[in-house]
Design a protein around this ligand. Structure first.
Ligand code: LMR
Length: 387
């Protein structure tokens, strides 16, 4: 049966990890995959995570199954962080997932089960893994342009035009904050305009919230999600703790679904449970347990928030240094989160890799956290060498 398979190309973004690792140049720079690095270039285990793990090792009494919904304490503890002080009550359901990717896949399968072949509107550019996840679940991806890389500006009116053409039963994928790959987020007025349009057109929002706390702040980064759910009254939120808790390889996510009634939410939940059972059966526990231990403890939460603020501050510092070093990079200072996309061709990206040991995907996306104050100058110099 394997004879019928065609070889698939390696994932271009993940292939960068290996390519960088095997480059022997000492002054090489990795601004590829979206992983936070401190000013020494390390991806540290957060202090609060280490302490929570210690407590888990000491106190965890069983490795018995938890069930397809995963750790309910974890799921509930995240609610005020994501949704704020409003109690969405029994209209809000969902469960723990393996990373934000698991949440996206489950959301797509839920939509496909409700509406086979449903159209999902996705702004270009987006995270390269979005279309494959959505298509694999059977959705029809409809792209539209929402950002102009050359001018580093949102093409917001084109986005509204695209959403105005949506029909009831369509879905819109939105990045909750720290847009991957452009760093271009919406302000509250733009979020309100988007949400109003979605409500009026009968379009379901699917919000990918994978970087909360790495943009303007934990609360600030939830503005869009809260506005959309408030105005539209229903929607899906694919959440990830991989970045804001630095738990990448533990794959810690959750999918939240807001329905118009508690009765509908019960039906949605039963579908999420059955889809989960047919996929991974139950999510892995360790990462979610760490997050729960942190969020249930005021001291650990305080320390986590302090480290999150440090990460956020370091990314902004790099943005400011780049903007100050080169006028062409000035727009980066007002963008958010780990990523920006530079107006570079694939050939220029290849040149930067060969001549300067500078690693980024061919799209020109850069992970700001891959730079340090010491590597800003060689980075800017490498870009200037292309002109
Ligand atoms: C990224 O965009 O670099 C991260 O989300 C890692 C990934 O899985 O692609």
């Amino acid at each position: 049966i394997f004879g019928a398979l065609a070889a698939q190309p390696a994932d271009a973004l993940l292939a960068l990890i290996e390519a960088f690792r095997s480059d022997v140049r000492v002054n090489k720079i990795d601004v590829g995959v979206g992983v936070y690095r401190d000013s020494e270039g390390r991806t540290p285990v957060l202090r609060a995570v280490k302490e929570a793990e210690r407590r888990l090792v000491e106190r965890q009494a069983s490795k018995g199954y938890l069930g397809p919904e995963g750790d309910i304490g974890y799921f509930d503890a995240l609610k005020p962080i994501i949704f704020g002080p409003v109690d969405l009550g029994d209209r809000l359901c969902g469960l723990q997932t393996p990373g934000g990717t698991g949440a996206l896949r489950l959301a797509a399968e839920l939509i496909a089960r409700a509406r086979p072949g449903a159209r999902i509107l996705v702004g270009n550019p987006t995270w390269p893994n979005h279309p494959p996840i959505l298509k694999s679940a059977g959705l029809t991806v409809v792209g539209y342009d929402h950002f102009d890389v050359a001018t580093q500006r949102l093409t917001f009116s084109r986005m509204l035009d695209a959403l105005s053409e949506a029909v009831p039963g369509d879905v819109a994928l939105l990045h909750g904050c720290c847009h991957n790959p452009t760093g271009a987020d919406f302000d509250a007025g733009q979020w309100t305009a988007i949400a109003t349009l979605l409500r009026d057109r009968g379009v379901l929002p699917l919000i990918d919230l994978a970087y909360q706390g790495l943009g303007d702040g934990l609360e600030e980064d939830a503005t869009g999600t809260r506005l959309v759910l408030d105005i539209v009254g229903e929607g899906l939120v694919a959440y990830s703790c991989d970045k804001n808790f630095g738990l990448y390889r533990e794959r810690v996510g959750a999918l939240y679904a807001l329905s118009v009634s508690a009765e509908q939410a019960r039906i949605v939940q039963s579908n999420l449970l059955s889809l989960t059972r047919a996929n991974w059966s139950m999510p892995p526990d360790h990462g979610a347990a760490i997050v729960r231990v942190i969020l249930e403890d005021a001291g650990l939460s305080f320390d986590w928030l302090a480290e999150l603020a440090e990460m956020r501050g370091r990314i902004q510092q790099i943005r400011d240094l780049l903007a100050a070093a080169d006028p062409m990079l000035a727009p980066l200072a007002r963008q958010h989160g780990m990523f920006s996309t530079l107006p570079l061709s694939a050939a220029q990206v290849a040149r930067l890799r060969e001549e300067r040991g500078l690693y980024m995907p061919s799209s020109g996306r850069i992970n700001l956290a891959g730079l340090t104050p010491d590597t800003v100058a060689p980075f800017v110099d490498a870009l200037a060498s292309l002109r």
